[in-house]
Design a protein around this ligand. Sequence first.
Ligand SMILES: Nc1nc2c(ncn2[C@@H]2O[C@H](COP(=O)(O)OP(=O)(O)OP(=O)(O)O)[C@@H](O)[C@H]2O)c(=O)[nH]1
Ligand SMILES: [Mg+2]
Length: 171
Amino acid sequence: MKRVIFVGNIGSGKTTLSQVIHGEDIEYAKTQMVTVWGDDIVDTPGEYLEAGYMKGVLNVTAAEAQVIGLVCSAPEPRNKFSPGYGGSFAKDVIGIVTKIDIADPIQIERAEKMLRMAGARKIFKISSYTGEGVPELAEYLAESPEEADKIISGLKLRDTKVISVSKTSRK
Ligand SMILES: Nc1nc2c(ncn2[C@@H]2O[C@H](COP(=O)(O)OP(=O)(O)OP(=O)(O)O)[C@@H](O)[C@H]2O)c(=O)[nH]1
Ligand SMILES: [Mg+2]
C-alpha cells in the first residue's frame, strides 16, 4: 500500500480507519504519539494539528509519506483545516470525510468543501462503522488491483464493533 499519513482533529476517526484498513476490530485507543500501522499508515494524534506549535512535527513526520490524508469528521463542525493547509506538505493530498453514518448530507457537503479548500485533490466519504466508502479509499491507496482486493476482502465490515472504550476517552 502507498504510505499514507492521517492528519485530523482529535476524535476525527484516524485510528479507527487505520484499524479498519488493516482488517482489525475497532478498539478505541487514544493516539498519544505518532503510530505506524503495518509500515504503511502513519497515524497521528489530533493534538498535533490542534496545538499550533506541533504542526511542524506533522510536516516532518509526513516527509516519508506518499499520500497526505486530511481526515475530517462530518458531524463535528469544529473540525477544520485552514485554506491551503495541504499545500504545506507538497505531496498528494486527499480528503477523507468520516462518520458519514451519523452525519446529514449538509454536514457531509460542508466537510467536503472545507477539505477541497484545504487542498485535497480527491475526496473520500466514509464510515468506518458501516464500511461505506472504505473500498474506494482502499483502491486508491493500494498499489495494485490484487492488493486492493486483499485489503477489501480483509475489511471486517459487518461484524465491526466497538469492543472497548478507553477511560481516557474525552466526553
Ligand atoms: N459513528 C462513527 N463513529 C466513528 C467512526 N470512526 C470513528 N468513530 C468513533 O469516533 C471516536 C474517535 O475515533 P478515533 O479513531 O479514536 O479518532 P482519532 O482521529 O484517532 O482521534 P485522536 O487519536 O484523539 O487524534 C471513537 O469513539 C470511534 O469509535 C465512524 O465512521 N462512524
Ligand atoms: Mg487516534
